[in-house]
Unconditional design. Structure first.
Length: 281
């Protein structure tokens, strides 16, 4: 399991065993002994998500543009990069949540998928409200996102795709597969993997032919697209509260960590620019 999954299980199990201790069902909490060790391990071994560089981001989007297989995926992933929404928020978004007139998207719910791995009959989707006020937010619509929404609507009209899904009374979802159903994260991540492999194969061939360095894409998931949006935002916005509000981060520390990561990468660039402008030496 990933350390994130282990941490999640620890958060669920620890208070349950604490209750058992208080009710005199057991003498000690068995999860308390590993809590400190787990924190140390996660600090060392947690995988660090890397945002796409501007060059990688551009190559990724340009590859899909006009592609015979992946062209219709470009608006979806453009929307993710242009809004920074979570996958569940993306899948659960309805046309009613988009205000094109005033130029913002309202995030107030998300679609959750319960896999039911032990019992396939238990597989289901449901709508979840944000657990904190930070999750409820309005995201400004930039021109590329507006264009992506128009392209999604046009593609669905031309191919006779309409929403066939109703989840907990919610319908009229924006992003639909060819059967009129909402996208699951597994489907989106598998599609990303195919696109990345196809792009890298093409890029390696083209780079070898033209005798240049290849611009390859790392394998990433939908969450990296959210991280990429946050990185671009941090590169051009210095107000951390604005970034936190748009991203829906509960903890400002999460925002500060991403901001620090981006700032570290741009530190040398800033110093070089400062030296040139002020002629320090």
């Amino acid at each position: 399991m990933s350390y994130g999954t282990i941490e999640h299980l620890q958060r669920e199990l620890h208070p349950a065993f604490e209750m058992a201790v208080r009710d005199c069902l057991i003498r000690t909490n068995p999860t308390s002994q590993i809590l400190g060790q787990l924190k140390q391990q996660t600090k060392v071994k947690r995988n660090i998500r890397k945002a796409l560089t501007p060059e990688q981001q551009k190559a990724f989007l340009q590859f899909m543009d006009g592609h015979p297989v992946y062209d219709h995926w470009k608006p979806l992933f453009t929307f993710m990069i242009g809004t920074g929404v979570r996958v569940g928020e993306f899948s659960g978004l309805r046309w009613e949540d988009v205000d094109l007139k005033n130029g913002y998207i309202t995030i107030e719910h998300a679609m959750i998928y319960f896999a039911g791995k032990m019992n396939p009959t238990e597989q289901r989707t449901y709508i979840s409200k944000p657990k904190t006020e930070a999750g409820i937010r309005k995201i400004p619509i930039v021109p590329e996102v507006r264009k992506a929404l128009d392209e999604v609507k046009q593609y669905q009209y031309e191919n006779g795709i309409f929403c066939r899904t109703e989840i907990d009374g919610y319908t009229n979802f924006i992003f639909l597969n060819r059967f009129g159903n909402v996208y699951l994260q597994q489907t989106l991540d598998r599609t990303l993997a195919r696109i990345i492999d196809a792009y890298n194969d093409m890029e390696l061939h083209d780079a070898a032919k033209k005798k240049r360095n290849a611009v390859l894409l790392p394998h990433f998931t939908c969450h990296v697209l959210r991280h990429t949006f946050c990185a671009r935002l941090c590169e051009h916005e210095t107000n951390l509260k604005i970034i936190q509000s748009i991203m829906g981060h509960i903890d400002i520390g999460t925002t500060m960590n991403i901001y620090a990561e981006v700032s570290e990468e741009r530190k040398k660039e800033s110093m070089d620019s400062l030296a040139d402008k002020l002629m320090l030496f």
